[in-house]
Design a protein around this ligand. Structure first.
Ligand code: FES
Length: 150
């Protein structure tokens, strides 16, 4: 296995991680950097629990490799300022039930609001459709996105 240093820029900090380039970004975030906000749900890019931002894209970090994302600007849920509208809205709406999927939901919401600051309910549903919540918190997610957009 070829192991090499890869430079990751996560939440404004630069890290050199010593892992094979094919390592999923999710494992580097969680196991190498201790950033456990992004969650492992399915591992095949289907559930959204691992969603983080890379530059301005919402990326499923379980199916994206360290080599692909080296040098780019990665933002995880830990990188949202405490007064970020999405953070505040998630707390105000008490969105989380078990909470497992919520970091991914929040990062998908951040991504949506960057491109569409005032989404309709239909646009919220469309943007977050592939972020699965087994507790069924979708109503509160939608309400929180609307609140964050205000
Ligand atoms: Fe990455 Fe499900 S864990 S999409």
């Amino acid at each position: 296995v070829h192991v090499a240093m890869h430079r990751l820029r996560v939440n404004g900090i630069e890290y050199d991680v010593d892992v094979p380039g094919g390592t999923p970004l999710l494992w580097a975030l969680r196991d190498e950097l201790g950033l456990t906000g992004a969650k492992y749900g399915c591992g095949i890019g289907a559930c959204g629990a691992c969603t983080s931002l890379v530059d301005d894209r919402a990326v499923r970090t379980c199916v994206s490799t360290v080599a692909e994302q080296a040098g780019r600007r990665v933002t995880t849920v830990e990188g949202l300022p405490v007064d970020h509208p999405v953070r505040r809205a998630w707390i105000a709406m008490d969105v989380a039930q078990c909470g497992y999927c919520q970091p991914g939901q929040m990062m998908a919401a951040v991504h949506l609001l960057r491109s569409n600051p005032d989404p309709t309910d239909a646009q919220i549903d469309e943007a977050l459709r592939d972020n699965v919540c087994r507790c069924g918190t979708y109503h509160r997610i939608r309400a929180a996105v609307r609140l964050a957009a205000r």
